[in-house]
Design a binder for this molecule. Structure first.
Ligand code: HEC
Length: 424
């Protein structure tokens, strides 16, 4: 398919995608390092291509000004957006875009105070700065002792900072005194997320822990076998914490029970660098090496079932359900029915799919890609679809990117589908 046709079909599909659907935000010319969602749900992305993308639906507006990769983003009051970059600059966008200030190293983290008056920026130059958002000069906080990767406010008077030396520091902004280390992790801490009464941190060695802010005690250890932790986001209404790592997984944690509820390979290759929830917590926006940001409805993510070792395991449910059926229930059933006739699901029914030309279920409105395709669905083509992923096998399709990496999982799924799609 030509580039124009591809672009057109992408635009057409995007227009037909409902709010809760998987979506991709396409347009950046490089990997995505930062994502922030405003209280009204507007998504901002920061990229290696030096620009900030401000998205209305899937249409970007580009904010240009940084002279290097944009690495950190935060929303302030009334649509103010703050960005920091590899050009060491902290910029504010809005009515009158300007440079708020300059570090001497990469700006790795930004946080806006709860009263909306101050931006804190943390840099690999080993400094934390406070910048008034209306006007006036910035002030440096007492030195954190190492490069700063993450910041989080707790009310207007307390700021937490995580350092490359593995310290989680608490600044009392009312006294201006040197910070107190509440955790010494031993490996660099990359990310912080603060919830009611607790703070979660994610580290270079994969350590993912939660600390009670009153007692300083550890209240949860969510560490899996993946490292490093590169992204975190907390959504108060749904009480969900999302964690993204260097191996491309997103896990979702129910913070009421401190249980991992979902765990999902979310990128084709490489790390998850950026995560942010939609305001109600139903969608998680993710960015990484790909030039697109993915918006996953949380309910589409794989359900997590802890095994004996704490790793993802298929043992338990396999007792009750054959693997092929499990694959279908987890990865397809939310969008595909197996019964004949119209369904209210997002995808066409898979009833009778073997031997059927692509794009041929009557009454289903396919993307142009499938309408024009000459694929016949059979063992080989369905295997290729999930070996390569829909975004490669049928580019422009409305079906979300997903790869089933295990050849035997694909074979089991296909065996199951052969049976389940031929009933009366
Ligand atoms: C988030 C929703 C979603 C999920 C999950 C999903 N699909 Fe789809 N699927 C779709 C949509 C939407 C289409 C139509 C694509 C188009 O028109 O471009 C589709 C199309 C298809 C087609 C082509 C059907 C045809 O009539 O041409 C097959 C085959 C298919 N999906 C199989 C699967 C299987 C197997 C899984 C699980 C591994 C799966 N899908 C998971 C949404 C989904």
């Amino acid at each position: 398919m030509g580039r124009l046709a591809l672009t057109l079909s992408l635009m057409l599909c995007a227009a037909s995608v409902a709010a809760q659907d998987f979506a991709t935000l396409k347009g950046h010319g490089g990997p995505i390092m930062g994502i922030a969602v405003s209280p009204s749900g507007q998504v901002a992305t920061g990229s290696f291509d030096n620009s900030v993308g401000l998205w209305t639906g899937d249409t970007p507006r580009w904010l240009e000004g940084h002279a290097a990769a944009v690495t950190a983003l935060a929303w302030g009051p009334e649509g103010t957006l703050v960005s920091g970059g590899d050009d060491f600059a902290v910029r504010v966008w809005g009515e009158s875009p300007r440079v708020l200030g300059q570090h001497q190293g990469k700006v790795a983290s930004l946080a806006v105070s709860p009263d909306g008056r101050t931006v804190a920026s943390g840099s690999w130059d080993g400094s934390v700065m406070l910048w008034p958002l209306d006007e006036g000069a910035g002030t440096a906080l007492p030195a954190p002792g190492a490069g700063v990767n993450a910041l989080a406010f707790d009310g207007p008077g307390t700021l937490y900072a995580a350092t490359m030396a593995g310290a989680l520091l608490r600044y009392d902004l009312t006294t201006g005194e040197a910070p107190v280390a509440i955790v010494q992790h031993g490996f660099g801490i990359n990310r912080l997320a603060r919830g009611p009464g607790w703070i979660a941190y994610g580290a270079v060695d994969g350590g993912t822990r939660v600390i009670d802010l009153t007692t300083g005690a550890q209240i949860a250890d969510l560490t899996l076998d993946r490292r490093p932790i590169l992204a975190m986001s907390y959504n108060p209404p749904s009480q969900q914490l999302a964690v993204g790592d260097g191996e491309g997984y997103i896990m979702i944690v129910d913070t009421e029970r401190w249980q991992i509820t979902r765990d999902f390979r979310a990128t084709r290759q490489g790390p998850v660098w950026a995560l942010a929830f939609s305001p109600d917590g139903s969608v998680i926006h993710a960015g990484g090496l790909d030039d697109v940001a993915y918006s996953w409805p949380v309910e589409l993510l794989d359900v997590f079932e802890p095994g004996i070792s704490g790793e993802r395991s298929f043992l338990r449910a396999a007792e009750t359900m054959p693997n092929g059926e499990r694959q279908f229930m987890r990865k397809c059933s939310i969008c595909h029915a197996l019964t004949p006739g119209p369904s209210r699901k997002a995808g066409p029914t898979l009833h009778g799919v073997f031997g059927r030309p692509a794009g041929s279920v009557p009454g289903y409105s396919y993307s142009p890609t499938l309408d024009d395709s000459d694929i016949i669905w059979n063992e080989t083509t369905i295997d290729a679809l999930f070996d390569q992923g829909p975004d490669h096998y049928i580019p422009g399709s409305k079906m979300p990117m997903q790869v089933i990496a295990g050849g035997s999982d694909r074979a089991d799924l296909i065996d199951y589908l052969k049976q389940a799609t031929k009933g009366e």
